[in-house]
Design a protein around this ligand. Structure first.
Ligand code: ATP
Ligand code: MG
Length: 338
């Protein structure tokens, strides 16, 4: 395979407010990859993905700015990473069209996110929701990104991204798109709903009690954790004891990720505790870690013009990478004028 610049791309949808799942599964790790300095880092507010389900326009605008504030408050530095919103770099949508013509219907139909989000009434879902993974492949491959940090729920879409890259390279006899590596790491790659240990925490879940939002105040966080569904047993002293206890496992994983340790280490300290003792400890830890982020987000949100300036500058930087990749793609495909 050709040598590609080590480059990270990842995105988050402005489809609601940031959750603890987004923070631990994605954003916190974006910051680590930025600070390690081994990669160029490109991070995106994927507004074109958000509108695959209806979004109120004013709410979308606000959510995009708030997401940008969240990125910066969590530690993304616009002078170190490229930070922008997807719709402002037209090359994403342009490459997505090419990939719509590479990806197969059968591949898309197998996607669990499609099945989950379209639900029983899939005939009434948008065509965009079905094509979502081809746009996601374009988001990544228009930067020739080599690594993509995501939560566990996006693993299947990243496999599809590799399939699209391989099929494109084969169909046209080139070695042009990289086979991107998913980076799914840490104790909280799949944070579960606080109401249902079998469902992932999501910003679009109708129940606000199912998630912790980065903008929740200390009392709300404590209340949501206190009310989180659990079983009546005490915590085990080893992770094997969490088998068949998804809610307990979830709270232990969250504690481990927030305190940057392992579930084993958490259980070494808290094994034998009842939830009546563990939940307040977890709430204190969550407030301790999240309060500075939410305070900084509110401060940044007071100056939307500055956020818009950062996003515009990021889009210009992103275009510098994306435009030549799209041009070369058009040439490979045989388009006159490319
Ligand atoms: P939506 O419900 O609108 O799909 P979401 O909460 O799933 O929102 P996305 O914008 O789809 O958020 O995903 C952004 C990133 O956050 C992705 O990398 C995804 O894997 C990660 N992520 C989302 N939910 C979780 C979770 N519960 N645990 C860990 N990572 C998560
Ligand atoms: Mg999602």
């Amino acid at each position: 395979m050709a040598a590609f610049t080590p480059r990270v791309f990842s995105g988050i949808q402005p489809s609601g407010g940031l959750t603890l799942g987004n923070y631990l599964g994605a954003m916190k790790r974006f910051v680590t990859m930025q600070d390690e300095g081994k990669f160029e880092t490109v991070y995106c507010m994927v507004d074109l993905h958000a509108i695959t389900v209806w979004q109120d326009p004013a709410a979308l605008t606000r959510a995009t700015r708030e997401l940008c504030a969240g990125f910066i408050a969590a530690g993304i530095d616009p002078s170190k990473s490229i930070l922008f919103n997807q719709s402002q770099v037209a090359e994403h949508a342009q490459l997505a069209w090419i990939f719509n013509c590479v990806a197969r219907m059968g591949w898309m139909q197998r996607m669990t996110q499609w099945k989950d989000k379209a639900g029983k009434n899939s005939q009434n879902a948008s065509l965009g929701l079905f094509a979502y993974p081809a746009l996601m492949a374009a988001d990544i491959l228009v930067y020739h990104a080599t690594h993509v940090p995501v939560g566990e729920d996006q693993k299947q879409h990243l496999e599809l991204t590799r399939d699209i890259a391989i099929k494109f390279n084969n169909d046209f006899g080139v070695d042009f798109f990289p086979e991107t590596e998913p980076v799914i790491e840490g104790a909280a790659t799949r944070v579960m709903s606080l109401r249902d240990g079998s469902k992932k925490m999501s910003k679009s879940d109708p129940s606000d009690m199912s998630r912790i939002n980065l903008t929740d105040d200390a009392d709300t966080i404590a209340q949501k954790i206190r009310k989180a569904r659990t079983d009546p047993e005490a915590l085990p002293s080893e992770v094997d004891g969490l088998d068949e206890r998804p809610e307990a496992r979830n709270l232990v994983n969250i504690y481990a990720a927030l305190s940057e340790t392992t579930p084993d280490a958490v259980l070494a300290d808290h094994g034998g505790s009842q939830f009546s003792a563990f939940k307040p400890a977890l709430a204190d830890l969550a407030v301790d870690k999240l309060a500075p982020i939410s305070t900084e987000m509110s401060r940044l949100m007071e100056d939307p013009a500055e956020i818009d300036r950062i996003l515009a500058q990021g889009a210009a930087q992103a275009r510098e990478i994306a435009a030549p990749v799209l041009k070369k793609t058009y040439e490979i495909v045989g388009m006159v004028g490319a």
